[in-house]
Design a protein around this ligand. Sequence first.
Ligand code: ADP
Length: 281
Amino acid sequence: MATCEHAVAAGGKTAPQQFEENNLSEAKRVIAVLSGKGGVGKSFVTGSLAVELARRGNKVGILDADITGPSIPKMLGMSGRHASGIGNLLLPEVSTTGIKVMSSNLLLANETDPVLWRGPVIAGAIRQFWSDTSWGPLDYLLVDMPPGTGDVALTVFQSLPVDGIVVVTSPQDLVSMIVAKAVNMADKMNVPILGIIENMSYITCPDCGKKIEVFGPSKLNEVAEGYGVKVLGRLPIDPSLALACDAGAIEEALPADLLPDAIAACEAVEPHEGEVAGENA
Ligand code: ADP
């Protein structure tokens, strides 16, 4: 687990300290899902990993740190819902299959309200989602990161005890630049990159089943090899999944075992042991 020491090493003496976990929460593994830019399917991958981990009997939470573009509640059928509270703590909303979610969308009066928050307010929201949210015991807390590898993402990394990073790219990305930036950030934070997933990698012809690489042959393998990072999977463009996400039905629609290598990488992260106070399991 990254410590405050690492955060300070990464950002100098003024680097923010990690936020404290409250005594009603115990996340055994904290895994961040990162992308170089928005729209590549980072949230979709976060949601997919959460669904598969939950199907395997794990207690799973998603901390939606994509504060200004939150899409996790919608894909898990939580549109229009609002987080409630208990004492001074917020309670995550719970999906049909038991995935707990905290997101700026669950705190807005209307989910279509724009979130125009700047850096410090975003950092405050992340603190609320971590320190002031009663998560209970979790085998996995997935963090849907803000898009990009800039300041906002760095602040989130410095604030949360992230154990591993999954990088999501798409074939239109400048993959080598994104991987370089992610590797750089991970090094600074002393957090391992678990691997890379290429989303929207190809389409499958509905008639003959052939894979068509719409954006040309993938460069993912050679880039990943160059940086010593694992490839955790390639996902097709699947219109039925886009529709399912829009309809809040990813839990029912997600094919079984879509990302086996990514799930194995999450499972390989060493869990932290601890005890959670109270009944909030
Ligand atoms: P990000 O979190 O990177 O901004 P999202 O996960 O919100 O991106 O995805 C952007 C849009 O693309 C969403 O409408 C989502 O449902 C859709 N999408 C993501 N991945 C796929 C995929 N493999 N096939 C079809 N649609 C996808």
